[in-house]
Design a protein around this ligand. Structure first.
Ligand SMILES: *[C@@H]1O[C@H](CO)[C@@H](O)[C@H](O)[C@H]1NC(C)=O
Ligand SMILES: *[C@@H]1O[C@H](CO)[C@@H](O)[C@H](O)[C@H]1NC(C)=O
Ligand SMILES: *[C@@H]1O[C@H](CO)[C@@H](O)[C@H](O)[C@H]1NC(C)=O
Length: 216
C-alpha cells in the first residue's frame, strides 16, 4: 500500500510506473430538474466494487469541499441540491474512484461548469379539467421546486386546442391556479395543455399531456 501511495503522484506523468492506478469515472455530469441538482457518473472501464468520493466548489473559489453524504459511496449519483442551492452561482463537482481491495485510486474527474438557473429543466404542471355548464374549469398543480423561493416565480399557460381551428393560449394571473374558460363553442371537442413558465428567467417547461373533453 505504501508503495502505491507514493506512486500516485507520478501516475499522471508516467502510467507505466503505476499499472494499478484506476481510470477515473466518466463522464461526470449534473442533471437538474426543478432545481434538484444531481451529479451522475459512470464507472471507469473494468470498474467493479469501487467506491466514489465527491467534492464540489463554487466557480472561482480555490477550495474543494467534501460532499459529506457522498464519501466512499458505491452508487453512481449524488444529490448536490443542498450545496448548490443558489440559482445564480456557477458550480463544479468532481468525483474519484477508489478500489478498497487494492487501495488504488483514480484521478479526479471534473464535471462541466453547472448553473442551476441556466441548466435546470422545469417540469410541466399537473393539469385537471372539468367540462361543466359554466365553462371548462381548469386547475393546475405546480411542479415541486427544490429551491423554495422559485415557487413564487412560477406562472402557468393554458393552451386551448379546438378539434378544428387555431389553438389559443391564456396566461394565468399571478397567484392563482384556477381558471374558468368561457365563451367556447357548445358541444365541441377541446383539448387542453398546461405549461410552467418563469417569466423573470425566460424559462418554460414542456407542455403537459393533452386533456380532452366536450363542452356542454
Ligand atoms: C479487469 O481487471 C482485472 C483485475 O485488475 C483483470 O484481471 C481483468 O483482466 C480486467 N478485465 C478487463 C476486461 O480488462
Ligand atoms: C366537475 O364540476 C361539477 C360541477 O361543478 C362537479 O359537480 C363535479 O364534481 C366536478 N368533477 C370533478 C371531477 O371535479
Ligand atoms: C380551485 O378549484 C378547486 C377544484 O377544482 C377548488 O377545490 C378550489 O377551492 C379552487 N380554488 C380557488 C382559489 O378558487
Amino acid at each position: 500500500p505504501l508503495k502505491l501511495k507514493q506512486c500516485h503522484g507520478t501516475c499522471s506523468l508516467n502510467l507505466l510506473l503505476c499499472p494499478e492506478m484506476l481510470a477515473p469515472p466518466a463522464p461526470v455530469r449534473f442533471h437538474s430538474v426543478d432545481y434538484k441538482n444531481v451529479l451522475h457518473w459512470s464507472p471507469p472501464n473494468n470498474g467493479s466494487s469501487l467506491q466514489y468520493h465527491v467534492q464540489w466548489k463554487i466557480y472561482g473559489e480555490p477550495e474543494w469541499l467534501d460532499v459529506d453524504r457522498c464519501q466512499g459511496v458505491q452508487r453512481l449519483d449524488c444529490d448536490l441540491s443542498g450545496v448548490t442551492s443558489d440559482p445564480r452561482e456557477w458550480y463544479y463537482a468532481r468525483v474519484r474512484a477508489v478500489s478498497p481491495s487494492t487501495s488504488s485510486q483514480s484521478a479526479w474527474a471534473l464535471s462541466p461548469r453547472f448553473s442551476p438557473r441556466m441548466d435546470t429543466i422545469i417540469s410541466p404542471p399537473g393539469l385537471r379539467v372539468n367540462f361543466t355548464e359554466r365553462g371548462i374549469m381548469v386547475r393546475v398543480n405546480p411542479p415541486r421546486m427544490h429551491v423554495r423561493r422559485m415557487r413564487n416565480l412560477l406562472r402557468y399557460k393554458i393552451y386551448i386546442i379546438p378539434s378544428s381551428g387555431e389553438e389559443d393560449v391564456v396566461q394565468m394571473g399571478c397567484c392563482t391556479r384556477n381558471l374558468t374558460l368561457k365563451d367556447l363553442h357548445h358541444n365541441s371537442k377541446y383539448c387542453l395543455q398546461a405549461q410552467t413558465v418563469i417569466p423573470t428567467q425566460t424559462k418554460s417547461s414542456a407542455r403537459s399531456r393533452l386533456q380532452c373533453g366536450t363542452t356542454v
